[in-house]
Design a protein around this ligand. Structure first.
Ligand code: HEM
Length: 166
């Protein structure tokens, strides 16, 4: 029974984690370019319909990844994570896990407010028809997904490294 549950938790962790990375990759290479090229009302439609849904999806995927990762870590260390700190495996998992959890906390508490205010400014600037200011705000908005993609690739590398080498 235990191994079936462990398999389900591990599957949920890997699927949610790589889906989160996939979402951020799609934002960077599909949605942001579309937003940069959109003109007039199209930009407002993207900002008000597509982006809030993407944000909620990241909340679900990131939350599932962090919660299942914690369960896996406690399971593999027999509820005694500190005792396992002598090995390389635990350091790789804890390193990746801490960075991943920090990124998720940033997503929940920081990014939502910052993105919303940039998006609201952008809507205002589009109305006021100031293309240079609109470009500046778009570049600002693109910063979070770019950073998120680099961080998530690093976290996946640490996790796969732990499973592969340690
Ligand atoms: C937040 C973003 C995270 C991503 C994208 C992610 C991704 C992954 C991936 C792809 C694997 C599979 C590695 C493989 O089997 O080759 C994995 C394994 C694992 N992850 Fe994460 N993870 C994240 C966060 C966490 C957190 C917060 C923890 C909790 C400390 C955690 C604990 C684990 C554990 C224990 C494994 C199993 C390693 C093994 O089988 O040896 N992960 N993770």
């Amino acid at each position: 029974m235990g191994t079936e549950i462990l398999f389900a938790v591990r599957l949920a962790h890997v699927v949610a984690g790589v889906s989160w990375l996939g979402e951020v990759v799609t934002i960077n290479f599909v949605l942001l370019p579309a937003l940069f090229h959109a003109v007039g009302d199209d930009r407002l439609v993207l900002l008000s319909t597509v982006f809030p849904r993407l944000f909620r999806l990241a909340t679900v995927l990131g939350g599932t990844t962090v919660a299942s990762g914690l369960v896996l870590f406690l399971w593999y260390t027999n509820l005694n994570p500190l005792a396992s700190l002598r090995g390389q495996w635990a350091w790789l998992i804890l390193g990746g896990g801490t960075v991943g959890a920090a990124l998720y906390a940033f997503h929940l508490f920081q990014e939502s407010g910052a993105e919303r205010s940039v998006a609201a400014h952008l809507a205002f600037v589009v109305d006021a028809d100031d293309p240079r200011e609109a470009q500046r705000l778009l570049t600002h908005l693109a910063f979070f997904p770019r950073l998120g993609m680099v961080v998530l690739v690093a976290v996946v590398a640490l996790m796969v490294g732990a499973a592969h080498f340690a």
